[in-house]
Design a protein around this ligand. Structure first.
Ligand SMILES: [Zn+2]
Length: 437
């Protein structure tokens, strides 16, 4: 518990896809549990424990990364020229297998979590490796550094896709280790407010047997935990599931009991209308990963179409399929990808047949994806400056490539931030009212 305080700052947030709210001079009162008590314009009074951001700084909600593979951190920016299945077999699985060594895990995670906080990622939905001790270390590292995190031990037992040196010995053992992680994270000393939460994490259908997927679906119902997996990412993966299950990823996951209000499906590029309807019905969400889609999916996620279906969507870096740790980069890439989808990219086609009209998003929608929408996807009160929400926030300062001219319209200021800010501009970071970077 920290002392209650009030922050005086220029602030903006995006509570809806096309809505930007701006306070040129706000007072945000935060209680001892890190919960926002009130947000109001500065009234000339000086409350107790007043913190004031310097003029020219802008407060935004903390950034929420809905898809990140923690053990792939050392691989950042490499082997992006390979197809997904080869990337997994030749690079990613051998790297993830190294987390059998808990010292290696402690070293990598001890460097990664502070780096992500410094980039403004106040909440991360993490895939770990198959190792229970290493994944516990990841959860403990997040808690120690004060990052809000949802942490999953990857389950993968399919003998055809998973190499012998990196797979669960059996479905029963994968379930048992998942249970142990859930228990361990819920019992972590200092985690009474559930800053760090466990996540049931089947890697993706091709890597898991039906037996394992059924067990994890039952476990989700029993424990109420979040669920994360990959779905309909690339042609290879999508067709693999159609062949094996006779239906799409989404239908199959629903049958296994893995689509719940707390499920997050990464990618979803090839989701059909029936899939989107089922996702909406079950209240599951999609993690849009625009950068890694450019390398591994061969498709742009039709974000506007998913939103029109009423599906909840947030944003992910997909480290290390995406090579940028900053969610500002992901937000920028989401805009770029949407513009390319809208206009199309093959100049040999006539302009009228090249793209998908109405696909574009702007900086307001991009920030919404990275904040409020991520919070909604996780079903947590984060991502907005609103009473009852947690005070997870970042202060953006001008400098480096970013200028923030006084008096400029809020939408323009936000455009400048989304398009030109980087880690260097993330001046201060709070999670649950506690300053963490
Ligand atoms: Zn992934």
């Amino acid at each position: 518990m920290a002392a209650p305080f009030t922050l005086r700052a220029a602030a903006l947030h995006t509570p809806a896809p096309d809505t930007l709210e701006h306070w040129p001079d706000a007072l945000i009162a935060v209680d001892a549990s890190g919960s926002i008590q009130s947000v109001q314009p500065y009234n000339g009074q000086t409350p107790d424990n007043l913190l004031t951001l310097p003029p020219g700084h802008i407060l935004l909600p903390g950034l929420i990364d809905l898809h990140i593979h923690a053990p792939q951190w050392p691989q950042l920016g490499t082997a992006l020229d390979l197809p997904l299945e080869q990337w997994l077999q030749d690079h990613t699985f051998p790297l993830e297998a190294r987390y059998a060594d808990s010292d290696f895990a402690a070293e990598v995670y001890g460097a990664m979590v502070p780096a992500l906080l410094a980039n403004g990622t106040t909440t991360a939905l993490y895939f770990g490796s198959i190792h229970l001790p290493a994944t516990q270390i990841l959860a403990e590292t997040c808690l120690r550094h004060g990052q809000r995190a949802l942490v999953g031990r990857v389950a993968m037992d399919h003998p055809e896709l998973c190499p012998p040196e990196y797979r669960d010995a059996s479905a029963a053992q994968a379930e048992a280790d998942t249970r142990s992680l859930i228990k361990a994270i819920r019992a972590l000393p200092g985690n009474e407010s559930a800053l760090v939460r466990p996540v049931i994490t089947p890697r993706f259908i091709p890597a898991c047997t039906d037996d394992l997927l059924h067990r994890l679906g039952k476990l989700a119902a029993e424990t109420g935990c979040h669920v994360q997996t990959h779905a309909s990412e690339s042609d290879w993966e999508h067709e693999h599931v159609l062949d094996r299950c006779g239906c799409s990823d989404t239908e199959a996951l629903g049958g296994f009991g893995l689509l719940t209000r707390r499920s997050v499906l990464a990618h979803g590029n090839l989701l059909g209308d029936d899939d989107l309807a089922l996702i909406r019905e079950t209240g599951a969400a999609v993690a849009h990963c625009p950068l890694s889609n450019a390398y591994f999916a061969g498709a742009v996620f039709p974000l506007r179409r998913a939103l029109a279906h009423g599906v909840r969507v947030g944003l992910g870096t997909d480290i290390a399929g995406g090579a940028h740790p900053s969610m500002l980069d992901s937000a920028r890439m989401a805009i770029t990808a949407s513009r390319m989808l809208e206009t199309g990219v093959d100049p040999a086609l006539p302009a009228g047949r090249r793209g998908r009209p109405g696909a574009r998003i702007d900086a307001t929608t991009a920030l919404w994806l990275a904040t409020a929408a991520g919070g909604a996807a996780l079903d947590l009160p984060i991502g907005q400056f609103r009473p009852g929400y947690q005070f997870d926030a970042i202060a953006i300062s001008p400098g480096s490539n970013l200028t923030l001219p006084p008096g400029e319209a809020p939408a323009r200021l936000l455009e400048r931030i989304i398009h030109t800010a980087s880690r260097a501009n993330v001046a201060r970071v709070w999670v649950a009212g506690r300053e963490v970077a």
